[in-house]
Design a protein around this ligand. Structure first.
Ligand code: SAH
Length: 370
């Protein structure tokens, strides 16, 4: 029943599949999120308490402030250049950047060097970002794509990697097949096995798959992104925070989120956010393939803790006693050991000649002697 005539995009996809055959999960996600007319990110303001999901910068201002200070330290590591590009990928409602720029006032020379670029595919969210940052004195520009450049650049992105379309394979009859979306004569969308791919990209060392095992990667999307990251600046440093797993494994993590609840990913294409966990090992491999180096990943709680989130929170509570309980609860949510604190990971990327980035060295290797 899923998808049958439920949305304009469901009808369009059913017609496309009837004409051309089943489409891959990645192509389905791409259509659901980025379709010029019906795509989820093209149409609606998805993020916030009244919308479909809430993100770390919307939970507490401390999140963006800490990231702003992280950027200031990285700028110092870059040699305190007179000009630096600060690029945010997928800036949502502009909250993280607003908080980061407020914190940048603590390091005036960094603030004076900043040229901020917001890379956003949604016109609705770009408008929200322009409104949120309207009174900002730092120069701001918007674009749809990460543009190459020759000067030092710092890139930040929260919950951006998970929006990149994931490819799924299913192990059936001794071979990996592309997992696809097919449609019945009645127009209902359903999962189906596609033809075997040339290469399923399953890392060596993973246990043998069972019948029906599903493997997910963002190989193509990560390769495209990391090639752009390698060209964005000289040198370049970046921070990506997202939910996912540090080591690869089998499993179907595709999920649809609508109105703060989980939904059937095929039920209302274009009207729910579709995401899948980020495979950080796969991302790190793509980063290395592009000639860059990775630091981390480390759990979000570890990253924020090392950068003084609790101290910053205490100061904020002291300055706003009436809101102390709410501030404390918000920070506890970001740090929750069974929740965002561990489900989200922070990973750094950098040009090979830069020193390791702040707060991103994994615990188990931090003090290891050679
Ligand atoms: N970073 C924000 C928003 C996360 S949601 C926060 O933490 O609140 C994902 C963001 O990425 C949205 O702003 C969405 O419109 C944007 N986005 C999704 N796909 C994109 C693409 N291909 N290029 C640029 N931005 C994209």
């Amino acid at each position: 029943m899923s998808g049958a005539d439920t949305t304009p995009l469901a009808r369009e996809l059913a017609a496309r599949i009837a004409r051309d055959g089943p489409i891959s999960v990645a192509a389905y996600i791409d259509a659901c999120l980025q379709h010029p007319e019906h795509g989820y990110y093209r149409r609606q303001a998805a993020i916030g308490t009244a919308a479909d999901f809430i993100t770390a910068p919307e939970i507490s201002q401390v999140f963006g402030e800490i990231i702003g200070l992280w950027c200031a330290v990285v700028w110092q590591q870059l040699g305190s250049p007179a000009r630096v590009r600060l690029v945010e990928l997928g800036p949502g409602r502009g909250t993280l950047m607003g908080d980061a720029l407020r914190a940048s006032r603590l390091v005036p020379a960094f603030r004076a060097a900043l040229r901020v670029e917001l890379v956003e595919s949604s016109t609705t969210l770009e408008a929200a970002q322009r409104a949120a940052l309207a009174n900002e004195a730092v120069p701001l520009t918007w674009s749809r794509e990460l543009a190459p450049g020759g000067e030092p650049a710092i890139v930040v992105a929260n919950e951006f990697l998970d929006t990149l379309a994931v490819e799924q394979w299913v192990f059936r009859g001794g071979t990996w097949r592309t997992r696809c979306i097919d449609c019945t004569a009645g127009g209902a969308l359903s999962f189906a096995d596609g033809r075997p791919p040339l290469c399923a990209d399953v890392p060596a060392g993973l246990a043998a798959p069972a019948e029906g095992s599903i493997f997910e990667t963002r190989g193509a999307a990560f390769a495209t992104l990391t090639a752009k990251l390698a060209a964005v600046g000289m040198p370049v440093a970046g921070l990506f925070i997202d939910y996912g797993h540090a080591s690869p494994g089998y499993g179907d993590t595709l999920q649809a989120v609508s109105k703060h609840g989980y939904a059937d990913p095929l039920a209302r294409p274009g009207e729910a956010d579709l995401t899948a966990q980020v495979d950080f090992a796969g991302f790190a491999a793509a980063v290395r393939g592009a000639g860059l180096v990775c630091d981390g990943p480390v759990p979000q709680a570890e990253f924020l803790g090392r950068l003084g989130v609790l101290e910053r929170g205490s100061r904020l509570m002291a300055a706003n006693p009436g809101q102390a309980a709410a501030i404390e609860a918000a920070i506890a949510r970001l740090m929750a050991p069974v929740g965002m604190g561990t489900r989200f990971q922070a990973i750094g990327i950098r040009s090979p000649d830069l020193a390791p980035l702040p707060a991103l060295t994994p615990v188990d290797t931090a003090h290891r002697t050679p």
